[in-house]
Design a protein around this ligand. Sequence first.
Ligand SMILES: [Zn+2]
Length: 75
Amino acid sequence: MPLETIAGVKAQGARLAMLCHACGRRRYIRNSFSDDEVLEEIAARLKCHRCGSGEVELQALVRDPATGFWPAEHG
Ligand SMILES: [Zn+2]
């Protein structure tokens, strides 16, 4: 599977969310990255805003096709 890029996220109409594996917090973040950047590489330099852990993952989230709602933030 190819690595997901910012260009790919935009092409899907997806939003970026940061999930922290340490504390479980998930928040949408502003997509201010370059099109050729890869989600895993961006995640490697981000830290959780709440607990400061570097164990974060960037997710490309899309609206639920049935309800039209965006996945909820949590944590
Ligand atoms: Zn955290």
